[in-house]
Design a protein around this ligand. Structure first.
Ligand code: MLT
Length: 313
């Protein structure tokens, strides 16, 4: 008898070519990860599950997937996967670290520039036929002090790009060597010093118990009046209520936010505030990133299902 074809459930958008690769060796079933009954039904016979950040791979979900051997995260962070529960069930967890770092780094700089150049408002008013040339006072990034929290793959991309803008770069990352700081042209400082001295603070840390609400009301109080916050990392890192209050009081001038404590975010204290540029967790979604991430995940998932040893496991 023919061996049973493997079944791979894909619960979020992945690159077209990756999907074709997977389909050449397995049955690929696409479901909307937010539709739990449909997802659980699809998982009953699944050998592998491919997710991005939207599907929460919980113990409950894994209980609906008795055959599952691989969970692959088409991205970097695995914070949406219960690693303990996966390990207990003998399930291999794969990811594609760094494949979307340039994308997230460029998105960070894009948010900084959108704010510095009043791009969002200037675009809307110009389209509306209002010529508000006198109202807008953009500022240059040159000469500004930018605090980078987390100098891993994404933080490094941000530092490299900002050097071209002739910014002064401060960095906080207890896990990175002094040599790496020097290589990136970033001054190593403690977190408080970074908050107190930066015109813009940008976060590039994973969501862990240690980083949860790293930017809370107390940390915000330490920031310079008129400073700007950028978060393209994880929603949990920033206390969004405290951020909204600081923006309303005028202590902070602006924020650029791509990630939310709960996603999809259909409501947030940041919605509707002026000087807040929001995007729906698309920092890591450039075409190039999706292609690179898709290729890694398709290759490693298929190899794992064949029983081969794979990287990033
Ligand atoms: C990641 O962890 O890689 C990012 O959040 C990007 C994504 O989910 O697309």
């Amino acid at each position: 008898a023919q061996p049973r074809r493997r079944r791979i459930v894909v619960s979020d958008v992945i690159d077209q070519r990756a999907r074709e690769r997977l389909a050449s060796e397995a049955d690929v079933i696409e479901v909307d990860g937010r539709d739990k009954p449909a997802l659980y039904e699809a998982l009953r016979e699944a050998d592998a599950l491919i997710v991005r950040s939207e599907t929460q791979v919980t113990r409950e979900l894994l209980a609906h997937a008795p055959r599952l051997r691989v969970v692959a995260r088409a991205g970097t962070g695995v914070d949406n996967i219960d690693l303990q529960a996966a390990t207990e069930a003998g399930i291999l967890v794969l990811n594609a670290p760094g494949a979307n770092a340039v994308s997230a780094g460029e998105h960070t700089v894009a948010l900084m520039l959108a704010i510095a150049r009043n791009l969002i408002d200037a675009n809307a008013t110009t389209h509306a036929g209002r010529w508000e040339r006198k109202r807008f006072r953009p500022f240059d990034l040159k000469g500004k002090t930018i605090g980078i929290v987390g100098l891993g793959r994404v933080g490094s991309v941000v530092a490299q790009r900002l050097r071209a803008f002739e910014c002064r770069l401060l960095g906080y990352d207890p896990y990175i060597t002094r040599e790496r700081f020097a290589q990136l042209g970033v001054e190593p400082v403690d977190y408080e010093t970074l908050l107190e001295n930066s015109d813009i603070v940008t976060f590039h840390v994973p969501a862990t118990p240690e980083t949860r609400h790293m930017l809370d009301a107390r940390a915000i109080a330490r920031m310079k009046p008129g400073a700007i916050v950028i978060n393209c990392a994880r929603g949990e890192v920033v206390d969004v209520q405290a951020l909204a209050e600081a923006l309303k009081s005028g202590h902070l001038a602006a924020a650029g936010v791509d990630v939310f404590p709960e996603e999809p975010a259909y409501q947030s204290p940041l919605f509707g505030l002026p000087n807040v540029v929001l995007t729906p967790h698309i920092g890591g979604s450039s075409r190039e990133a999706l292609e690179a991430v898709g290729e890694i995940i398709a290759t490693t998932t298929l190899a794992a299902l064949r029983g081969e040893i794979v990287p990033n496991a």
